[in-house]
Design a binder for this molecule. Structure first.
Ligand SMILES: *Cc1c(COP(=O)(O)O)cnc(C)c1O
Length: 393
């Protein structure tokens, strides 16, 4: 029996490289208030894991516990997260004249979105490090995922969501036992409400990239993509970007895999898709900036993309520039049409965020930025089920 314990060594600030003790329960860098990232003993990991022989490991987020920050196996909260299929989108691709299109189907995760990956790991970490209660500001899917894992871990869950969030998201959190506060404003206002709550000091805040653990769950998408393509990464990844955890996480996974010798130096071009009503990353990318300014009056039906300011902006932009990727916007009505085309062609009921990746793909293919022989992966980050009001009209 292998001893598959965590090889986490420390946490490191993504900006000033300050080092923090591996198993402390922390939010941001205590020196510069930027995100902290988990670092592992990758030499040991390379020696301990035979990436060509993984048949005795689970198909889940917990496939490589050596490369995740939870030491105690009893603290690894499992509800079925990860191990999602890579679906060849042959008919969808053919409808635009492209033959190498795939959908990473994240809508199959617990609570219907890839937020389950990040929050499964973050809640597990919080439990292991002694938290008793958690809080989260969310546009919807993160709140549901946090509520589910908090319930499983026996922790109190407090969620803060914009008051115009679709009712299905509120109901989900309530049935999972969370205390729900609806806030007048957007997700950043919900974040302030969570931080200013009188009990905030007794609750560990699991906001996107304001703690180092969610990204570790999301990075597992990068490991899965590599394995699903037999350790040779595809040419282009198209990702619907809100806070950017998935994109930053996958880029981190590629760094780790390259260092362990699992993949070559070949990387996909990373594409950020945002809604035309909330596109801070696209605007910064088009101006060649290293950081993004807050987007005023953000508005889009794709809740996961309604993030006017991302604390990990510089990490998203770094990955886009380094990978020779790009960033572009799509309209809400294009997402709705895209969802219907994806549904009809492939039988996948996608979220508007997931549909945005197909709309972006079509634009990039028609403009010649994506070539016919290039392999492309679209991330359907969530299921369409919780967005009923959107599909009605
Ligand atoms: C949260 C969310 C996103 C954006 O993810 P980030 O990691 O914050 O960029 C995209 N799609 C869906 C369905 C989401 O719930």
């Amino acid at each position: 029996m292998n001893d598959r314990s965590s090889l986490l060594t420390h946490l490191e600030c993504a900006k000033c490289h300050h080092i923090v003790d591996a198993f402390s329960l922390v939010n941001l860098c205590p020196v510069c208030a930027k995100p902290l990232l988990a670092r592992y003993d990758l030499k040991k990991a390379a020696a301990a894991i035979d990436h060509r022989n993984l048949s005795d490991r689970p198909q889940s987020v917990w496939r490589f516990p050596e490369l995740l920050p939870v030491r105690n196996p009893l603290c690894r909260m499992y509800l079925g997260e990860g191990g999602t299929p890579l679906i060849p989108a042959t008919q969808l691709g053919a409808s635009v004249g492209h033959e190498h299109l795939f959908i990473k189907e994240e809508g199959l995760n617990p609570t219907g979105s890839f937020k389950a990956r990040g929050l499964g790991v973050a809640v597990s970490c919080a439990l292991e490090r002694g938290a008793k209660a958690l809080s989260i500001p969310s546009a919807g899917n993160a709140a549901g995922a946090m509520s589910a894992y908090a319930a499983r871990a026996g922790l109190k869950a407090h969620v803060f969501m914009p008051k115009d969030v679709p009712e299905s998201f509120v109901v989900e959190c309530q049935v999972l036992g969370a205390e729900v506060t609806l806030v007048d404003g957007l997700i950043n206002d919900a974040g302030k409400a969570a931080a200013n709550h009188p009990d905030a000091a007794n609750r560990f805040d699991v906001s996107t990239l304001k703690e180092p653990y969610r990204i570790e769950g999301k990075k597992t998408m990068g490991y899965e993509i590599a394995e699903q393509f037999n350790w040779e990464l595809p040419d282009v990844l198209i990702y619907p970007t809100g806070g950017g955890t998935g994109l930053i996480g996958m880029w981190k996974a590629f760094d780790e895999m390259e260092e362990m010798g699992w993949i070559s130096t070949k990387r996909p071009r990373m594409v950020s898709v945002q809604a035309s009503g909330c596109a801070p990353i696209v605007r910064a990318f088009q101006s060649g900036l290293g950081e993004a300014k807050l987007w005023e009056n953000a508005s889009t039906d794709a809740g996961g993309l309604r993030v006017p300011g991302a604390i990990g902006d510089f990490l998203i932009l770094d990955a886009l520039y380094q990978s020779h990727g790009t960033a572009l916007t799509v309209e809400d009505h294009e997402m709705k049409e895209g969802a219907r085309r994806m549904g009809l062609a492939e039988g996948v009921f996608v979220s508007p965020e997931g549909a945005a990746t197909f709309v972006a793909f079509e634009k990039l293919f028609q403009s010649g930025w994506i070539l016919p022989e290039e392999t492309v992966v679209l991330f359907n980050t969530g299921s369409g089920h919780k967005y009923y009001n959107l599909w009605a009209d």
